[in-house]
Design a protein around this ligand. Structure first.
Ligand SMILES: Nc1ncnc2c1ncn2[C@@H]1O[C@H](COP(=O)(O)OP(=O)(O)OP(=O)(O)O)[C@@H](O)[C@H]1O
Length: 364
């Protein structure tokens, strides 16, 4: 059982003068969820997080935590806690006093607040460094102090703004695992802002992909990866080819569509797919077959532009008529059974089941 509360955003909008930073965003984050707000720079994810925390006023709409509308409450009275990107530790205080600071502000007496701070430091495995100052800790350790300091207020949700961005790649993965473990242990929601799709996929129960102040898709990592709602999501998550074409034929269970270069493909039928309708599709780069392994019928031939060796996989970039960029991921074994070179012309194919039809973007 989770002790946290559901968080709900109801048509939340933020304007800075004439600029619309967040545009009528509605989202429900069930209690006990690891949620990542994911998107490119400027998409409104930090502003959304800050509005949940109460560090930014809400122009229109409401934020609810459990049964309480917290829209007009100050940060300390919302039941949320925020961990800042910079960690914002006090350099002149030792680690215990840094963690205990918010309890001091509430007037809690010294022995009791230091005891609670030590408990929090144990939780993040830093109790052995309690007497040190922030400057005497590594980046990863400072980050754990910041975590302990946010958690000491016993929040119903923890808000994290790019918590891993200052760490080196090795530490990033280690701390990421610790964050996930801590969230499961505490049972409260963590809402984590990141521009890294890899980070969001690794951590989340719920990935919220934002673009231009709006939500493009909010779903599990698997759903977002396998069934990206829009071309933006497919491109942002990566490992997908996005093709634009036009429907040429509609049967009961399948449609045929054509890309500008003349190649035509079949895909599962769907609503709104009338003859002549423009359509955008996504095909995972690891579902495409090349060369002798490619089935007949697609009629697309690609010219190899670039080959990158990635260890387990080899990434082949191709150009084809009517298709600007096309990327295929081949297993190392398959690639070296029939190696390709830059300049080779090679048949490309995939099955209709691997074609995913995309919707129009809400921010388009
Ligand atoms: N205080 C402000 N005044 C005016 N515009 C702002 C302010 N803060 C943010 N914005 C604008 O609002 C939009 C959303 O900003 P926000 O910081 O939420 O984006 P973000 O997705 O978190 O980006 P990043 O990854 O770069 O932090 C941007 O266009 C930004 O320029």
């Amino acid at each position: 059982m989770s002790k946290g509360a559901d968080i709900e955003l109801i048509h939340v909008t933020k304007r800075y003068g004439a600029a619309l930073a967040v545009d009528a965003v509605s989202l429900k984050i069930p209690a006990g969820t690891y949620c990542c707000l994911l998107g490119p720079s400027g998409c409104g994810k930090t502003t959304t997080l800050r509005m949940i925390a109460g560090h930014e006023s809400i122009t229109e709409g409401d934020v609810r935590l459990g049964p309480t509308v917290v829209t007009d409450l100050p940060p300390a009275r919302r039941g949320t806690a925020m961990m800042f990107q910079s960690y914002a530790l006090f350099p002149h205080l030792d680690i215990v006093d840094n963690v205990a600071f918010s309890l001091k502000m509430k007037g809690e007496e010294k022995a009791s607040r230091r005891a609670k701070a030590m408990e929090m430091l144990k939780l993040v495995q830093l109790d052995h460094l309690a007497e040190r100052r922030p400057a005497q800790l590594s980046g990863g350790q400072q980050q754990r102090v910041a975590l302990a300091r946010a958690l000491i207020t016993d929040p119903q949700a923890l808000l994290l703004d790019e918590p891993l961005s200052a760490l080196d790649p090795f530490l990033k993965i280690k701390v990421r695992q610790e964050l996930k473990k801590l969230q499961l242990q505490l049972g409260i929601s963590f809402i984590h802002v990141t521009h890294s799709q890899e980070e969001a996929m690794a951590l989340s129960d719920l990935v919220v992909v934002m673009n231009g102040g709006r939500i493009e898709q909010a779903a599990t990592p698997r759903e977002v990866f396998n069934r990206p709602a829009t071309a933006f999501v497919a491109r942002f998550m990566g490992d997908h080819n996005v093709l634009a074409g036009r429907v040429t034929d509609v049967a009961d269970d399948a449609v045929t569509f054509e890309v500008p270069g003349g190649a035509s493909f079949r895909a599962p039928a769907g609503p709104g797919l009338e003859p002549g309708a423009p359509v955008e599709i996504a095909v995972r780069t690891d579902r495409v077959r090349l060369g002798a392994g490619a089935m007949a019928g697609c009629g697309l031939t690609g010219l190899v532009q670039n080959i990158e060796y990635h260890g387990q996989k080899v990434q082949v970039a191709l150009a084809a008529p009517g298709v600007d960029e096309f990327s295929v991921q081949v297993s190392e074994t398959a690639f070296f059974e029939a190696p390709l070179a830059v300049g080779d012309a090679v048949p490309i194919a995939w099955t209709p089941q691997d074609v995913h039809i995309l919707e129009a973007s809400p921010s388009a």
